[in-house]
Every structure is written in C-alpha cells, then in structure tokens.
Design a protein around this ligand. Structure first.
Ligand SMILES: *Cc1c(COP(=O)(O)O)cnc(C)c1O
Length: 364
C-alpha cells in the first residue's frame, strides 16, 4: 500500500537533529517564551519576507488572534471562502462576527476575486483568503478591493508554507497571515504549533500581548488576551526543519509536474497547470464525477487517498443556521474531490505506480 502520508518517513531524515534539539530544550529547563521561540520567529519572518513573526499554539488560534487584534465591532461581516477547511471560519463565529461565504473560482477552487465585490456591505471589515491546497489566492484584485473599501485582508496560509505570488512570499502579502505547523503540513511540528506573520508593527505588538494573556511585562495586562504560545520544544523542532522546507517543496513540485503531465483519465479534472512553481503543493486535489468508485478502485490497487473535504462548512451541523445557503459550486467540489498522495518522501516508482493505476481506471 502506498500510504497517503507517512509522518515517520517524513521526519526520518531529521530525527537525530530533532533529538539533539529536544534534549537541548529539556536540559535548558526553560519551556515557554524563550530563546528557541525567538530564534524560530526571526528565521520564519525572514523566510516569509515579513517584518514580524509571532509564534502561537496552532493555526486556529493564529486566525483567532489576528481577528481579535483587529478589534472589530460585533456583527462585522467577514468575507470567507465557501470552499475551505472549517478552521478558517470557526474564529469568525467564535468572535461573534458574521461569515459571508463566497464561492470559489471553478478552476483553482480558491475564493473567486470576481465574486467578492458583490458580497461587500457597509458592515464588511475583513476579507479572509485561504491558500487552500498550497496555492496562493489571486491577491492583486483582492488587495485592490481592500484598498477601495478600506478592508483588512487576512490570509489563512496553513497549507501554503513557501508558496509565492508574483515573486513575493505568502506571509508578506496580506495585512496578516496565519500559519499552522500541524504535523501533516508542509512545515510540520511534532505536536500543535502555529504562527502569524505581518508587516504591521502595531498589529504585531498587539498580537504578542494577546497570545500571552494580554501581557508583555509579567502580571501587567494591557488587553484581555488568551493563552496561545508556541512552546520551546516545538519551536526548536521547527527550527531544525525550516531549512529543508524549500527542498521538500521542490520535491512536491516535481511530483505535481509529473502528475499534471502524465495523468490521463476520462472525466478526471486536474488542478490548474499554471503557476506550478509558485504553488507549495500541500495537496494534489483532482475531481471525478464517480469519486466513490475511483477511491475504492485505487484502494484495491494499493493507493491510499483522502478527501479534502467531504462536507462544506454550510452543510455542517455546527453551522446549521447556514444550511439553506445555495453554494452549488462549493457543494459540487465537496462531492467530487480526491487528494492523491503527494509528499516529499514519495519515490519516483511510487509516483509512476499511482499514475499507471489512475490511468487504467477507464478500462474497468
Ligand atoms: C490545518 C488548517 C488550519 C488549522 O490549523 P491547526 O493548527 O490544526 O489549528 C486552518 N486552516 C487550514 C486551511 C488548515 O489546513
């Protein structure tokens, strides 16, 4: 069986360095808000070509902290992509803000910039863009709209570490960008972790307070913050892995290029083949009208797949107040998407096997 993702294999090349870093943290006796975090924040800000990086506990908190720091009036409307993981939207409703779902572009499956303007009202305050599957959203028209209507742009780049847009790194484009270092992401910790990047000095400072109870000087609180800190152990581990992120992303691109060129199967819709080298290829998401048959067939021939994601947010019980929303494209995407294995430890032989098996589906 070719597994969808084997984390032991992904982390194997770094095991010794990770053990050394972990031991260093254990022996230091300092576990929260220390030098490991400082040095990772500096390295990740540089990597993202951003002025600031603030390490936090996870990707969900990264989005929550950005919205919290923007201090928006209750009932502000936040434009969100309808096609995304639920974690992009939970912080909005958690803070009593109102998500306004916008359909994706059918080709990229990312928020369609052409549909955003009609969703803007006087109560709109923020556009959340999500670089889903590893590809940056079309930022130029979105940033233009934000300027025109005086909105903030927040990017959820939990799947897009290392992706670029028009020569600039994801993490440097929006007012603030949220990252997750959940173990399966392109840059993954060995536990929960996340970060925020921004070029806004005041916003960065406020988020630094907010992640630590609203306090920078101990027992002196300027804001009602939360506890969401990236701990020293995870920061040290991420510091070990960061220098290898570009190499891993290069391997992901190689595999994506092969898939795009060699996958040939009737009714199979491939992801767009432009901007291949801008994309971080977190996932290789194809569409097929007979999804269940294709998944069962691939499983029979030893190829493990996944679905990102099986149910749209507005059809989840958690968002039942939105269940009557009509978002046909998003719903169709959720019925048809299949993620093929794409990770830096897939071998050329495995890639060839996957391509051969998929291409024989029509002969069934
Ligand atoms: C993983 C992910 C998140 C949440 O990150 P956590 O670290 O698990 O909280 C948010 N948005 C997207 C698009 C993700 O893929």
């Amino acid at each position: 069986m070719i597994p969808f993702l084997d984390l032991n294999q992904v982390n194997a090349p770094y095991l010794q360095a990770i053990e050394d870093a972990s031991l260093r943290v254990i022996r230091s006796g300092w576990f929260i808000l220390g030098n490991e975090l400082k040095s990772f924040e500096k390295a990740y800000a540089e990597y993202c070509e951003a002025m600031h990086c603030i390490g936090v506990a996870n990707g969900l908190d990264a989005i929550t902290l950005i919205l919290l720091a923007l201090d928006l009036p209750k009932d502000s409307e936040i434009i969100v992509p309808a096609n995304t993981y639920i974690a992009s939207v939970l912080p909005v409703s958690y803070l009593h803000l109102i998500p306004v779902f916008v359909e994706p572009n059918p080709r990229t499956m990312l928020i369609d910039p052409a549909l955003i303007e009609q969703a803007i009202t006087p109560r709109t305050k923020v556009i959340i863009t999500v670089d889903l599957y590893g590809r940056s959203c079309e930022m130029a028209p979105i940033l233009d709209l934000a300027r025109k209507y005086d909105l903030k742009v927040v990017t959820d780049a939990a799947q897009a570490h290392g992706a670029t847009y028009e020569g600039r790194k994801v993490g440097s484009l929006a007012d603030a960008t949220a990252f997750s270092f959940y173990p399966t992401k392109n840059l993954g910790a060995l536990g929960d972790a996340g970060a925020i990047t921004t070029n806004d000095d005041a916003l960065a400072e406020k988020i630094r307070y907010l992640r630590n109870y609203g306090s920078v000087i101990r027992y002196q609180n300027e804001y009602q913050g939360i506890n969401s800190r990236l701990d020293e152990m995870q920061a040290a581990i991420l510091g070990v892995k960061l220098p290898y992120l570009d190499g891993e992303n290069r391997r992901r691109r190689e595999i994506a290029v092969r898939y795009l060129k060699e996958l040939k199967c009737r009714d199979l819709v491939l992801p767009p083949g432009d901007k291949v080298s801008d994309d971080a290829w977190h996932l290789f998401v194809v569409r097929h009208p007979r999804r269940a048959d294709l998944i069962a067939y691939l499983d029979r021939y030893g190829v493990q797949t996944n679905i990102h994601y099986p149910q749209p947010i507005h059809k989840q019980l958690a968002y039942k107040e939105y269940k009557d929303l009509h978002l046909p494209l998003t719903e169709q995407i959720h019925e048809q998407v299949i993620s093929l294995p794409l990770n830096p430890v897939l071998t050329d032989d495995e890639v060839a096997h996957i391509i051969q098996i998929v291409n024989q589906f029509d002969l069934q």
